[in-house]
Design a protein around this ligand. Structure first.
Ligand code: CP3
Length: 348
């Protein structure tokens, strides 16, 4: 393996090499907390930001300067895939809304019209990021896992947090569900191959709503496509991070075939996760983002609990247990990044 002096700390950790501290990046680091982002957002809708390569690339790189994180994550959304399958999508103040959600259609499978060219604007964003980003900052590509994306497609909006009609549909229509999963997985794989071709360095699969089904059902219907996706990413030589949020003891049922690294949510203590998760899989996470509403003394007190884990575990990426939330003070996000980078991790 080549020794590259500019190889980033994130890639070194993902490849199993020792580092002086854990690498640091945050889910939802581009939107939500940065004053510089909120300023740009005044001028554009979310769609406009995503579709202008210069704007999307700039927003992608804001947290590298403003927070000092070790990686950038593409500024886009998991719901661009169903949009490219022909579903009308709007991002409203109440969150994303689909026209004619699939659970309420007569024939949901026949109504999908996958068109990979409808994702081309994202590859232009990736090109622009690669043209402008610092060499030692890797770019993380992503998409949503089949369960989470399908729940939005079936229900139509994410405001009803538990997706009641979507879950009912899955139990009532298992065969149709499988066909929808296949179509969605195929399109996701096209999209991931496109991201890889345009030069992402790492890939993360978000399954924010993995905890809404019992692990047995998840394992039967939704983990096989995750394995397929993981294979595509690894065949290209990229590390694969998987975030099955809310999966609880199901963590023990995830095999190295499904993840190089697992992002652990804030519900599961990292030390418990380490005992449950296969020893070949590294961990990422799991600071409770809500802690960042607390005063900095309290934040620091909680963070100190991570020192021992970080000293003992090289295969760990410092991150949140779910994304930054709207309203978190920027100073506290910055404090978190600074603390993680400057703490004494006792690794020498
Ligand atoms: O740092 C980043 O913000 C990176 C880009 C990113 C977005 N969405 C931008 C976005 C990423 C990685 C996502 C992932 C995503 N999108 C997930 C999985 C991770 C998670 O947070 O659970 C999910 C479930 C979605 C679906 C989605 N998109 C929702 C529920 C919403 C509304 C609420 C919100 O702000 O997240 C969106 C819209 C969205 N995605 C916005 C941004 C910046 C807000 C758009 C706006 O302000 O109008």
């Amino acid at each position: 393996m080549q020794t590259n002096p500019t190889e980033s700390i994130l890639l070194r950790t993902l490849k199993g090499k020792p580092t002086e501290r854990p690498p640091v990046w945050f889910m939802r680091q581009a939107g939500r907390v940065l004053p510089s982002y909120l300023e740009i957002k005044k001028q554009y809708t979310f769609w406009q930001m995503m579709q202008h390569p210069e704007v999307a690339a700039k927003v992608t790189l804001l947290p590298v300067d403003d927070l000092g994180v070790d990686a950038a994550i593409l500024f886009s959304d998991i719901l661009v895939v169903p949009y490219a399958m022909g579903m009308g999508l709007d991002f409203t103040d109440d969150g994303p809304v689909f026209e004619e959600p699939l659970a309420f259609r007569e024939n949901p499978v026949a109504g999908l019209f996958p068109d990979p060219a409808k994702l081309d604007y994202i590859y232009a964003v990736i090109d622009e990021i690669n043209r402008t980003k610092p060499a030692n900052i890797p770019l993380i590509g992503f998409c949503g896992a089949p369960l989470t994306v399908l729940l939005f497609m079936l229900q139509g909006l994410g405001r009803k947090g538990d997706f009641p009609d979507a879950i009912r549909f899955i139990y009532e229509n298992k065969e149709t569900t499988k066909q929808l999963i296949d179509a969605l997985t195929e399109m996701s794989i096209e999209y991931i191959k496109g991201q890889i071709k345009h030069g992402i360095d790492v890939f993360q699969l978000f399954d924010t709503h993995a905890g809404l089904l019992p692990f047995d059902v998840y394992n039967e219907l939704f983990l096989p496509p995750v394995r397929k996706i993981a294979q595509v990413v690894r065949d290209a030589g990229l590390p694969f991070i998987f975030f099955p949020k809310g999966i609880g003891t199901g963590l023990a049922g995830i095999s190295p075939e499904e993840a190089d690294f697992l992002n652990i949510d804030w519900q599961t203590p990292l030390t418990t996760a380490r005992k449950l998760v296969h020893s070949d899989i590294g961990l990422q996470g799991n600071i409770d983002p809500r802690l960042l509403f607390a005063p900095q003394e309290e934040i620091e007190k909680e963070l100190k609990k991570y020192l021992r884990f970080g000293a003992e575990n090289q295969n760990w990426i410092f991150n949140l247990g779910h994304g930054f939330m709207p309203g978190i003070p920027f100073e506290n996000a910055r404090f978190l990044a600074d603390w993680a980078k400057n703490a004494d991790w006792k690794r020498s």
